[in-house]
Design a protein around this ligand. Structure first.
Ligand SMILES: [Zn+2]
Length: 162
């Protein structure tokens, strides 16, 4: 038997224990191991090493475990904070909208009264009423946009929809 044959067997034995080998290679190797005691011995020894390594459980490094726990806790706290901020924003929006709806008739009546007493055209105080509705929302949007440019990483606005 040439030396190359044993080298090939050695390489296939090593590969079969790590990533596996093709069926023809497996067949060739089995045939070789049946006829070659030296390679069969090597294969058995390597098999024993692999079995031993697989049965050894490696205890995790306590420092790594603690660092992972800490990271998970920090991330959980961040997510909780985001939820709280988001909930507060939605509540503020709902409150503002409700207040706007409730006060709309009063504002309409007040603007109408002012318009009549100052003899303003209806279009003027109607436009004023529309502005009363849109300017605060536009202002809030402007402030949010401004905060976002100040903090591109989203530091102030973490948790807000983008
Ligand atoms: Zn051999």
């Amino acid at each position: 038997m040439s030396e190359d044959v044993h080298k090939r067997a050695e390489r296939l034995i090593a590969t079969s224990n790590v990533e596996g080998i093709s069926a023809p290679d497996r067949e060739w190797l089995n045939e070789h191991l049946e006829s070659c005691g030296r390679c069969a011995q090597r294969a058995a020894a390597l098999e024993q090493v692999v079995v031993t390594l697989r049965s050894v459980s490696i205890p995790p490094d306590p420092a790594v475990v603690e660092a992972t726990r800490r990271r998970v806790r920090v991330r959980a706290a961040e997510l909780h904070e985001q939820q709280v901020r988001l909930r507060a924003l939605w509540m503020a929006c709902a409150f503002s909208w409700g207040l706007g709806v409730l006060s709309a008739p009063l504002v309409w009546w007040a603007l109408q009264w002012i318009g009549e007493h100052l003899a303003l055209p209806t279009a003027v105080w109607t436009v004023a009423f529309l502005l009363w509705w849109t300017v605060p929302a536009a202002g809030a949007g402007g402030v949010l946009a401004w905060l976002r440019t100040r903090s591109p990483s989203g530091e102030y606005l973490r948790g807000l929809p983008r």
